[in-house]
Design a protein. Structure first.
Length: 120
């Protein structure tokens, strides 16, 4: 097996509402992307992934991730990460003064929605 380098700007770009996401890698087992939101912007609701774990890592900025079904809110700043259990719906809001940059990674067979978006 050979490694594969994906340079910034070479990933598949998708827009979901205010959120701009660049998908760097996706297979039937894992997905990895970088998303940005400007101050005050909110991402679309992600319905969650029944059979996949997901992690959000904040590279820059200050966001709140909301789990609406559980009415839970998590404030994350640069360097923080949040584990999102399988099947938990969520969205993020940039509550800071600067652009937020977040890395998203998901693992499991239910990451296929990333594949569908990236291939369309």
């Amino acid at each position: 097996m050979k490694g594969k380098v994906v340079k910034r700007g070479q990933g598949k770009i998708i827009m979901e509402g205010d959120e701009c996401t660049e998908i760097y890698a996706f297979t039937d087992k894992i997905a990895f992307s970088i998303s940005t939101l400007l101050p005050g912007q909110r991402a679309c609701l992600d319905p969650g992934h029944k059979n996949a774990d997901e992690i959000c890592y904040v590279i820059q900025g200050k966001i709140v991730i909301h789990f609406p079904d559980e009415e839970e809110y998590y404030l994350l700043e640069t360097g923080d990460a949040l584990f999102i259990p399988p099947g938990v719906s969520h969205y993020s809001i940039n509550v800071g003064e600067e652009k937020s940059i977040t890395a998203w990674a998901g693992a499991g067979p239910d990451m296929k929605h990333f594949i569908t978006k990236a291939e369309s």
